[in-house]
Write a protein that binds this ligand. Structure first.
Ligand code: NDP
Length: 265
């Protein structure tokens, strides 16, 4: 479950909290947030949603690159824990590669692990060369969280196979195109009525999500600010795309033929 923009509008807060709680109740585990989102406001929403339920969640937050020094990372993590009302994160990510040498961030991640404030660490928005740099340092993140959806398939050329080979899990952000044009694409509109979930005929958002989920070594973190959207996203796991569907999607959203620089949002 993604959380970007949660906490931005007071009128949506109750729905956002219920949405995250309904996801946990239905068996979803991962909640992804960041110190950047609303300057800690999203973490505040997550903290409220987790009250009395912390042990059910696998909680992820992220440090901003400009804070990712050996001292700054520890301080940022302590701030995030305060906003979240918890004593540990399950996973702590560097939000994107920055100017501070990664050895500093790594030192802080190890310190935080020793202190029990984080269970593990990972990265986000790291391209193939960035991952190679980490490997040279002998640093192996648990995940690389990247932009991945039908509209952004560039990573299929080298980053996704590279991470899979290194046993680093890929985590797709914006898997349903931020609820934008993707959901009106004619190919998705044509495929959706061919599928049925426990909630009724499939929607284009569910097809887009099912497509991301059909990939090996891939986790998706869609953001749903209402229990209804959350339920639809959970039901998307029931969809099995056929070869015909996959071929139509490849035609509409062609896979990369050569290296493309990692796209970011
Ligand atoms: P998503 O692709 O998850 O799309 C979210 C949008 O889709 C919202 O407008 C939401 O509406 C809508 N939506 C959700 N479910 C449905 C549905 N079933 N049917 C129709 N519309 C739906 O975009 P995000 O940008 O939120 O990305 C997901 C998460 O990834 C973020 O929340 C964040 O946690 C993470 N992220 C990480 C980044 C990084 O740099 N590491 C960058 C960007 C995102 P509503 O809100 O009304 O439910």
């Amino acid at each position: 479950m993604g959380t970007w923009r949660m906490g931005d509008e007071a009128s949506r807060r109750a729905d956002e909290i219920r949405s995250l709680q309904s996801g946990l109740d239905a068996g979803l585990r991962i909640i992804d947030t960041a110190e950047m989102y609303g300057h800690g406001r999203s973490e505040g929403v997550v903290g409220e949603a987790l009250r009395g339920r912390r042990d059910r969640a696998f909680l992820i937050s992220k440090v901003l690159p400009q804070n990712a020094s050996s001292k700054g990372t520890v301080e940022a993590c302590e701030r995030s824990l305060k906003h979240l009302g918890t004593d540990h994160l399950d996973l702590y990510l560097l939000h994107w590669p920055g100017a501070i040498p990664f050895t500093e961030t790594l030192y802080a991640f190890e310190t935080l692990k020793e202190r029990g404030l984080i269970r593990d660490w990972g990265v986000s928005n790291f391209d193939t060369a960035d991952m190679d740099d980490l490997a040279e340092l002998g640093a192996y993140p648990l995940v690389n969280q990247i932009l991945y959806s039908l509209e952004y398939r560039g990573t299929e050329h080298d980053l996704l196979p590279r991470d899979e080979k290194a046993r680093i899990t890929s985590m797709a952000y914006c898997p349903i195109g931020q609820g934008g044009d993707l959901l009106h694409h004619p190919t998705l509109r044509a495929i959706a009525p061919r599928h049925e979930t426990s909630l009724g005929p499939a929607t284009t958002a569910q097809i887009a999500l099912a497509w991301v989920l059909h990939r090996r070594n891939m986790i998706a973190i869609p953001k749903a600010a209402t229990p209804h959207h959350q339920a639809l996203n959970i039901a998307a796991q029931e969809i099995r795309l056929s070869r015909k569907d996959l071929a139509a999607l490849d035609e509409a959203f062609p896979p990369p033929r050569r290296k493309e620089p990692l796209a970011v949002i």
